[in-house]
Design a protein around this ligand. Structure first.
Ligand SMILES: Nc1ncnc2c1ncn2[C@@H]1O[C@H](COP(=O)(O)OP(=O)(O)OP(=O)(O)O)[C@@H](O)[C@H]1O
Ligand SMILES: [Mg+2]
Length: 282
């Protein structure tokens, strides 16, 4: 059930919740005209919330983000069914530049900073679509550097930053675009546990202090559910479960398969008997 719908169900007398800022409705995605990767994916992101999309390698998490940001196009992918509604408008298959201008910024897997530019040059790149003047951009640059004091100290090329610093820079660059929605693809990837903590702390802080709306793709379910208010679990191109943060943290199947234990011999979540039973109840 969608987060907004859940809130109304619990308090039927309350005013109907606002439409989520992003609503992905039953999308199908095909690469190269033949490879069907997403098979009817739906998810909602309410304004001002962090929502996480979890799932194993190859589930279709990055593809979902690219369907939202329009970057599918650069890989000969297409949304062949369903809608991606952003602020009430269907943006499925729009050009990525147009989607950035509408206020969606994707931070790609593997960071993708420009290594032979400085920190400040990288940050300024994030602001390239803005039209609100140099002084507003300068003010935001200072704000971002206040959030990431370590980046302020690094005056050399971004290629020399540590992995964690590069991830911070990638997030800072997204902030420079003043997006209405940030799509974060596996920010914990390749980072040591201490740095993972730091990155998730900043995601929580940005949400709390700047009301940043974020769709967070992760394999690290524990960290992601620590930052998100609602989560979806995806396997083989489908959402197999979703729920509020605490419900997912308390769920026995989620605990077994996504919150430690399990390991390499993990069976597929969707093949699990109790999961199937549970699904029938829902
Ligand atoms: N450009 C592409 N062309 C064809 N198939 C692709 C393309 N990109 C991804 N796929 C396939 O789509 C499926 C989903 O891939 P995707 O990258 O979305 O998964 P993911 O959940 O992000 O995985 P990971 O956790 O490994 O990043 C995989 O089977 C992958 O091989
Ligand atoms: Mg991925």
């Amino acid at each position: 059930m969608a987060p907004a719908a859940a809130a109304t169900a619990e308090s039927p007398s309350a005013a109907p919740a606002r439409e989520p800022i992003l609503s992905v409705n039953n999308i199908e995605v095909v690469y190269d005209d033949v490879i069907l990767v997403l098979r009817g994916v739906s998810l909602d992101v309410p304004e001002g919330e962090v929502v996480t999309l979890l799932g194993p390698n190859g589930a279709g998490k990055t593809t979902t983000l690219k369907a939202i940001s329009g970057l599918l196009r650069t890989e000969n992918g297409e949304v062949t069914r369903g809608e991606v509604r952003f602020m009430g408008e269907n943006i499925a298959n729009m050009a990525p530049e147009q989607i950035v201008r509408k206020g969606i910024f994707q931070v790609m897997e593997g960071r993708r900073i420009v290594e032979d530019m400085t920190v400040v040059e990288n940050l300024r790149l994030g602001a390239y679509t803005r039209k609100d003047g140099a002084s507003a951009v300068k003010r935001d640059l200072e704000m971002v550097l206040d959030y990431f004091p370590r980046l302020r100290e690094r005056t050399g090329l971004a290629g020399y930053l540590s992995g964690g610093e590069q991830q911070m820079l990638a997030i800072g660059r997204a902030m420079m675009a003043r997006p209405k929605l940030i799509l974060l693809d596996e920010p914990s990837m390749g980072l040591a546990p201490l740095l993972v903590k730091e990155v998730f702390n900043i995601i929580r802080q940005l949400n709390r202090e700047l009301n940043m709306t974020t769709l967070l793709v992760e394999q690290n379910a524990k960290m992601a559910l620590g930052a998100a208010s609602y989560g979806y679990i995806m396997e083989s191109g489908k959402i197999v479960m979703d729920g509020a943060q605490q419900d997912l943290l308390d769920n026995e199947d989620v605990k077994e398969f996504y919150l430690g234990g399990g390991g390499e011999h993990r069976k597929s979540f969707k093949n699990l008997k109790s999961y199937k039973r549970r699904k029938r109840w829902l």
